[in-house]
Design a binder for this molecule. Structure first.
Ligand code: NDP
Ligand code: OXD
Length: 328
């Protein structure tokens, strides 16, 4: 009987799905592991430690050490715990060839992004940033530039993918005209669609706010720079919720100081955490948040991962596979 049990256990171990998992300690790995185990009770999940070369079917990762993935040709997929694939793309050449990389799609991030951006746009439209400064000076002052009408306060949304679409829907609901820019032209009700570099110029020149929600790729790195930002009308605003490397920070600072850009709300930076000596901290027209525009939510993200992995095990290809040629 003991012998039969042993064979059964061995078989179960051999045939059970093996998943290796890694996120940096600060991101609470245990909470993620517990939620993933609830989603995938049939799987054997382990937190990857240096030196672990035991086989695995899937890897679920955020900011993984290269050593974890480099030689794992046996993987059926690498799942990211976030929407952006830029950091994994940086090590793409060293990843096992042919293993798909799958990112999180929405899973509650769309709603968070829409809230963050709407809040910032309303703040600028209603001049709440000016009132905050006036309060600091104890000034009771009606600040009325000219009357502002939403129809004259267009928002350019760079990136019309999963998250950009949520932002656009919310802005339209609030009554702001939206100009969208994407690689391929889009048909979206109520949105003027632009693409290409001429399209970017046209899109910016008719927008009072620019929102960046692009993936970081070689083509989009540094896309918010002096040349593009001066295409916005004087007094426009910048919101970056994508990646810090989209923005040339000194160019923005100079344009804010010259008055061409009236204010900026930035969630992402060239260097994170933003160094204490960075000029953005002390510039009253720049609002800084610590990369929180949209967090990967544990319950919704693990539910999505569980569904995709169960689907793959049943032969269904997952959505959200990163296109290595496009870089996102
Ligand atoms: P998607 O891949 O769904 O959408 C990307 C969009 O960008 C698409 O519309 C795409 O065009 C467009 N695009 C890509 N390259 C270009 C280009 N060269 N020129 C014009 N348009 C381009 O991504 P998501 O919406 O899911 O996420 C976007 C980014 O948001 C992530 O990559 C990540 O960096 C960032 N992010 C930031 C977070 C934060 O908290 N700050 C949280 C989560 C994500 P097309 O439709 O034609 O393919
Ligand atoms: C992401 C992020 O890409 O959190 O998901 O920035």
């Amino acid at each position: 009987l003991h012998f039969i049990k042993q064979i059964k256990t061995r078989k179960a171990t051999r045939f059970s799905m093996q998943i290796i998992f890694y996120i940096p300690e600060v991101n609470h790995p245990q909470q993620w592991l517990d939620a993933l185990r609830a989603q995938l009770p049939q799987a054997t999940l382990r937190y990857w430690q240096p030196g672990d070369t035991e086989p695995a079917d899937y890897a679920i990762v955020w900011a993984p050490p290269l050593e974890m993935l480099q030689t794992r040709n046996e993987l059926k997929a690498i799942f990211l715990l976030g929407a952006g694939a830029d950091s994994i793309m940086q090590i793409a050449a060293q990843l096992p060839a042919g293993v798909p990389v799958v990112r999180i799609e929405d899973a509650g991030m769309g709603a968070q992004m829409a809230e963050y951006v709407s809040y910032a746009v309303l703040r600028y439209f209603r001049c709440f940033d000016d009132y905050a400064r006036l309060q600091a000076e104890r000034q009771w002052e009606w600040h009325r530039p000219q009357e502002r009408h939403k129809k004259d306060f267009s928002v350019a949304v760079l990136g019309m993918g999963v998250l950009g679409t949520h932002i656009i829907a919310q802005l339209l609901q609030l009554g702001f005209p939206v100009n969208g820019w994407s690689r391929s032209p889009k048909q979206m009700d109520g949105v003027q669609s632009f693409s290409g570099s001429d399209g970017l110029r046209a899109c910016l020149s008719q927008s009072q706010v620019v929102v960046c929600i692009l993936p970081l790729t070689p083509e989009t790195t540094g896309i918010l720079n002096r040349d593009t930002l001066v295409q916005l009308p004087r007094g426009a605003y910048v919101i970056n919720v994508a990646r810090g490397k989209h923005l040339i920070e000194n160019d923005l600072l100079e344009l804010v100081q010259s008055g061409h850009i009236a204010g900026a709300t930035l969630d992402v930076f060239q260097q994170e955490p933003l160094p204490p000596e960075h000029a953005f901290w002390l510039e009253p027209r720049i609002t800084v948040t610590p990369h929180i525009a949209a967090r990967s939510l544990i319950q919704l993200s693990t539910a999505q991962l569980g569904a995709k992995i169960r689907g793959m095990a049943a032969g269904i290809a997952p959505s959200g596979v990163v296109d290595f040629t496009k870089g996102y």
